[in-house]
Design a protein around this ligand. Structure first.
Ligand code: NAD
Length: 256
């Protein structure tokens, strides 16, 4: 379905970003990967699916590096057809204890980076009259949890950005939507499970069960493959009139 198209997924060296990159590659899209850590492994995994893939190490908290990333994608493949704003970090602390530098980093990476990639990607999408902007928000884009003020603010912000961009592109072939996962067992969540086990002096398996039981009625993690499937659907012709939604895939978290 996406042969000849190019997808850029920020934060795709791990977790949800890598899962979505694989799902788009399975549909034939060429990929621009980004993120910290090992890039060789993810690049090899994507290329093994028979598409072209390149990697850029932009730090998504730095606007100048985001401009480099977008110029690199255009130079490598002509333009970005599918933009997945996925890079994100978490920090857990009460608002009165929240380190100001962590607040700034979370807003920059989880929210502002999507503004920069989107503003830079939209002109070529408009020209082609086809494009997909998919923002990886969270249930925390719709509801809050204690001790996550920066994350909740950033994720509510990206849901708002999604709606505004969807309206600005409403008469074109460009759509903009958000995906709101519940708990997904990635390094970002494993750290919260490990911290909980240490804090409460309980086994990691128990901390995992408690974490799910608290919020996610299905008592199962959402998987990166399921999220990849939703991203592929949002790229399909059937999703042409899906515009400005914040689509939960959260085992019932926000139905409560
Ligand atoms: P992860 O830690 O596995 O992956 C995060 C990715 O972002 C990695 O590739 C990392 O290198 C990259 N990254 C982090 N800081 C970066 C920076 N400054 N510049 C460039 N890349 C950077 O996390 P994940 O769970 O896969 O999270 C991906 C997205 O999904 C995030 O936006 C997160 O908020 C969101 N999300 C995750 C869950 C969950 O339960 N895991 C739930 C809802 C939403």
């Amino acid at each position: 379905m996406l042969q000849g198209k190019t997808a850029l997924v920020t934060g795709s060296t791990s977790g949800i970003g890598l899962g979505i990159a694989k799902a788009l590659a399975q549909q034939g899209a060429n990929l621009v990967l980004n993120g910290f850590g090992d890039a060789a492994g993810p690049l090899a995994e994507i290329r093994a699916l028979g598409v072209k893939a390149e990697y850029h190490d932009a730090d998504m908290s730095k606007p100048a590096q985001i401009e480099d990333l977008m110029a690199f994608a255009a130079a490598s493949f002509g333009r970005v057809d599918v933009l997945v704003n996925n890079a994100g970090i978490q920090h857990v602390a009460k608002v009165e204890d929240f380190p100001a530098d962590k607040w700034d980093a979370i807003i920059a990476i989880n929210l502002t980076s999507a503004f920069h990639t989107t503003r830079l990607a939209i002109p070529a999408m408009r020209e082609a009259n086809w494009g997909r902007v998919i923002n990886i928000a969270s249930t925390h884009g719709l509801v809050a949890s204690a001790q996550k003020s920066a994350y909740v603010a950033a994720k509510h912000g990206i849901v708002g950005l999604t709606k505004a961009v969807a309206l600005e592109t409403a008469t074109t072939g460009v759509t903009c939507n958000a995906i709101c996962p519940g708990w997904v067992l990635t390094p970002l969540v494993q750290k919260q499970i490990d911290d909980r086990a240490a804090r409460e002096g309980i086994p990691v398996a128990q901390a995992k069960k408690d974490l799910l039981g608290e919020k996610q009625p299905s008592l199962q993690f959402t998987t990166v493959d399921q999220l990849g499937g939703l991203a592929v659907f949002l790229c399909s012709p059937a999703a042409e009139q899906v515009r400005g939604v914040a689509w939960q895939m959260d085992g019932g978290w926000t139905a409560q």
